[in-house]
Design a protein around this ligand. Structure first.
Ligand code: DC
Length: 207
């Protein structure tokens, strides 16, 4: 059994890299950000306080898809609206308690690579491997704009950069389990590295 924690700010490329590493090692990939996004989507749709839905919500990850109360919402959780809402709901203690519990369950029975903000510092403090992936805000904004263009969405670079800076601030300043590098995590600065370069670098630590 092996747990690999990958933390870092939004847009550092964690999910792209973690998916590839999961494939290379033949272990499960768990996108914890998608879980916070699913909670946010439900709160938006039902237009209620997140505390009214958190107890009964069902969230599953199946073959890279995120299932909310039985519905595949993978395509619906990437909008700017859900993104901003996810940042707020992730600061609510009851939400974190519930999702962290689910995440720990997922890592109990299978080897996993899990990406998020607090995996190495909170979810799996005893993970076999911990990485902290970063890139400069400008680099992350550039990547996000390209990624959105490929999906036919357009958002101005300046707007994306501002969103990233706001989320960095929120994620690292919230009271509960803020984004921070675990003392025993390996820092991976991805500025100027290709995707394959980052994958090789991380695998070199694991093997
Ligand atoms: O990685 P992402 O952008 O999909 O994450 C969505 C939001 O959820 C983001 O604002 C940070 C938050 N999050 C968190 O607080 N803890 C995690 N383990 C994963 C995500």
């Amino acid at each position: 059994m092996m747990r690999v924690a990958v933390d870092g700010p939004s847009g550092a490329g964690k999910s792209t890299i973690a998916k590839k590493i999961a494939g290379a090692l033949d272990i499960e990939y768990i996108d914890t950000g998608a879980m916070y996004r699913a909670v946010a989507l439900k709160a938006i749709r039902e237009d209620v306080d997140v505390l009214d839905i958190i107890d009964d919500i069902r969230i599953e990850l199946e073959n890279g898809k995120i299932i909310l109360d039985g519905e595949d919402v993978s395509g619906l959780i990437r909008t700017p609206e859900v993104t901003m809402m996810a940042s707020s709901v992730s600061a609510v203690p009851e939400v974190r308690t519930k999702l962290v519990e689910l995440q720990r369950d997922m890592g109990r029975t299978q080897s996993v690579i899990m990406d998020g903000r607090d995996i190495g510092t909170n979810v799996f403090t005893d993970a076999e491997y911990k990485f902290f992936m970063t890139a400069s805000p400008e680099e992350r904004a550039r990547r996000r704009v390209l990624e959105q263009q490929e999906k036919g969405m357009t958002q101005r670079y300046e707007e994306v950069l501002e969103d990233i800076q706001t989320r960095d601030y929120n994620d690292s300043h919230r009271a509960l389990n803020p984004l921070r590098q675990a003392d025993d995590a390996i820092l991976i600065d991805t500025d100027g590295l290709t995707i394959d370069g980052v994958v090789r670098l991380i695998l070199s630590y694991i093997k």
